[in-house]
Ligand binder design. Structure first.
Ligand code: ATP
Length: 296
């Protein structure tokens, strides 16, 4: 694989192949993505005073190994909660989440970028990116090589020795992305990983991510508020809405790969952008479950 080295030495375990993700009602492995079932995966949170907020409900999806799925949806509709269900930080109240053939647990085989970066404040950018490799016992020389390569790919080759407090929001976000990629995970879960970047850097990073992903083809679940970003990256765009029906639309993206900048101006891209923008707008202003129902 040109430009990408598997981080694991021979004595350590090798990363498994990209894995499927199943988010299904308990015991139903045959359900297809577009089906809606009242008992599909759901998650609620308790509130002070005894009330509950349903963050995800009626959501069923199967994601193929190596597939890139992007998630769009209005603020607060449950996108982050969905990612946290998939990485095993949260357990569903009903239904199930299966990664490969297992209930997910956070680990080096899952790369996660949190909205809040979650960098270690007392560690340099280099140490932050290499932390998972360090935990896995990858030898220092090899670790340094992998980390240097990734920092370079995210445009932070000159900031390796900087601490998080010395980095801008966009730089921290790129450190977090490099860290998620460092263990060469078979699953990538990315929660608005480019939200803090300026428009131009964001466009560069989108293509860089596509390049890195195409070398390894991890199964990717990527949350964004940008319709263009969702289309550019995805094999399928999943549109979420507010509970009780979290899964609203699944839009296949048949644009050829590899995708380059020019694709953004193609008629097919523009048609998809218009379709998805209309869907999101309708979810915000025409959905009785939306806080902005009937506005705008
Ligand atoms: N730990 C929690 N405790 C209580 N409520 C929560 C918790 N996490 C999320 N929620 C609630 O669940 C709902 C979905 O939140 P979530 O963060 O998943 O939405 P989101 O679609 O990712 O939002 P955004 O696009 O604004 O990041 C919201 O109403 C939120 O207040």
């Amino acid at each position: 694989m040109p430009g990408w080295i598997s981080p694991w030495p021979t004595k350590c375990w090798l990363p498994s192949a990209p894995l499927p993700i199943w988010i299904l009602p308990t015991g139903d492995r045959k359900l297809r993505s577009a089906d809606h079932r009242p008992q599909a995966c759901r998650k609620s949170f308790g509130r002070p005073g005894g009330t509950t907020t349903t963050a995800v409900a009626d959501f069923s999806l199967d994601i193929a190994p190596g597939e890139f799925v992007t998630i769009l949806g209005p603020s607060g509709c449950g996108k982050t909660t969905l990612l946290r269900l998939v990485n095993g930080l949260l357990k569903p109240d009903g239904g199930s989440v299966t990664v490969g053939d297992r209930t997910p647990v956070p680990g080096p085989d899952m790369g996660f970028v949190f909205q809040s970066f979650r960098l270690i404040p007392w560690a340099t950018a280099e140490r932050n990116v290499g932390f998972g490799l360090e935990l896995a016992g990858v030898e220092p020389v090899r670790r340094k090589e992998i980390v240097a390569r990734l920092l370079d790919r995210v445009g932070l080759g000159r900031s390796a020795s900087a601490y998080p407090a010395e980095l801008s929001g966009g730089m921290k976000q790129r450190v977090a992305l490099a860290r998620a990629l460092a263990t060469d995970p078979s699953i990538l879960l990315l929660d608005e990983p480019f939200a803090s970047l300026d428009a131009q850097t964001r466009e560069i990073m989108q293509l860089e991510l596509l390049h890195l992903w195409s070398e390894r083809r991890a199964t990717a679940l990527f949350v964004t508020h940008s319709v263009e970003e969702a289309i550019l990256l995805a094999d399928r765009v999943v549109v979420m809405g507010a509970a009780p029906h979290s899964l609203r639309h699944i839009v296949p993206i048949d644009l050829p790969r590899p995708r380059r900048d020019e694709v953004r101006t193609s008629p097919a891209f523009i048609a998809l952008r218009n379709e998805l923008t209309g869907i999101i707008r309708a979810l915000i202003t025409e959905d009785p479950n939306s806080p902005f129902f009937n506005r705008g």
